[in-house]
Design a protein around this ligand. Structure first.
Ligand code: A3P
Length: 326
């Protein structure tokens, strides 16, 4: 494995590069920009070696669109009969430690965890663009959940996160916001163009609605309860009649408990998420919880910047039938 990983890293370093966000450079592979470590190397390794199981559940996201939230929800919904809410693993573990990323954790270097040792159903996450998903995943009957978010809010969340990571990686100064808007609009972002990424999954969800559930962050924020029910049904873990009745009769029915446990307010205030760290012990857990709001971009972008991102959104979505509106 060691020799094979060295070959991947040498290959990545031979690709066209651009100035990066968290890492010094981004590398272009098949028209999409990637960070070398915690990104493309793991993706290539995974493409060659990962074997999906029919019961696998995949969470696919572009960074900063609600991955942490969905990891918590998927884990809680699927494993709800195994744990009591008062002693739930989420109270002491960050969601990223319970639901690993394929290309970062399981196929990162060194790998953190062995996918073959995970109990079924495996809940796995990835920031893989749809166009690069390995064929065995596409051919398997597994369930896939995707969540998108308003482009301006995604951008602001990305910028905050990657600027913190820049500082931590090698003490580099933050990327000026104007420069970052320009890179974002040109698709020079880790995992490439945000709009292309979203459209890839959206189109796939229209083709295979039974395998791919497409969610919106804003819809989750507006009505988490009904979205959680939809998720549970899609995953093949629908709430029972008793659970639904309990929900109607009690203020704290199981669906309500799941929503509360996984809420921004609850998770961000847990000790583990205030002080711990994850992803090879490098990312502080608190960085995954900033504000968790809709529309925070207006507090960080000038009207011109907002207009620029809106213009790209309009151009990219024109004729597709897709809209970010809920
Ligand atoms: P903001 O930076 O806008 O606050 P990801 O999990 O994909 O890295 O996305 C991180 C974004 O989701 C951050 O957005 C973070 O605050 C928000 N987030 C994290 N946990 C959340 C939760 N339980 N509910 C809603 N938003 C959450």
């Amino acid at each position: 494995m060691e020799r094979c990983f060295k070959e991947y890293s040498e290959f990545v370093l031979s690709l066209p590069k651009e100035k990066g966000w968290a890492t010094e450079f981004l590398y272009e592979y098949k028209g999409i920009w990637f960070q070398p470590k915690f990104g493309l190397q793991g993706l290539l390794w995974m493409q060659d070696h990962f074997k999906p199981k029919p019961t696998d559940i995949f969470l696919m996201t572009f960074p900063k669109c609600g991955t942490t939230w969905l990891k918590a929800l998927l884990y809680t919904i699927v494993k709800r009969t195994q744990f009591h809410f008062s002693t739930h693993p989420l109270l002491t573990h960050n969601p990223h430690d319970l639901v690993p990323f394929l290309e970062i954790d399981l196929f990162g270097h060194p790998p953190f965890g062995d996918p073959d040792m995970m109990p079924s159903p495996r809940i796995l996450a990835s920031h893989f663009p749809y166009s690069l998903l390995p064929k065995p995943i596409l051919d398997s009957p597994c369930k896939m959940v995707y969540i998108c978010r308003d482009p301006k809010d995604t951008f602001v969340s990305l910028l905050h996160f990657y600027n913190k990571m820049r500082l931590k990686t090698d003490g580099r100064a933050p990327i000026p916001v104007e420069e970052a808007v320009d890179m974002f609009c040109r698709g020079i972002t880790p995992r490439g163009s945000y709009w292309d990424f979203v459209l890839g999954y959206w189109r796939a969800s229209l083709e295979c609605p039974e395998n791919l559930l497409f969610l919106k962050y804003e819809a989750m924020k507006e009505d988490a309860l009904s979205q959680v029910k939809k998720l549970a049904e899609f995953l093949g873990y629908p709430f029972t009649k008793e659970e639904e009745e309990e929900e109607e009769e009690e203020e704290n029915g199981v669906i309500q408990e799941i929503v509360k446990l996984c809420s921004f307010e609850n998770l961000s205030n847990l000790q583990v998420n205030k002080t711990g760290s994850t992803v090879h012990n490098f990312v502080e857990n608190k960085l995954y919880f900033r504000k968790g709001e809709i529309g925070d971009s207006k507090n960080h972008l000038t009207p011109d910047m907002m207009e620029l991102i809106d213009k790209v959104t309009e151009e990219k979505l024109s004729g597709t039938g897709f809209t970010f509106h809920v």
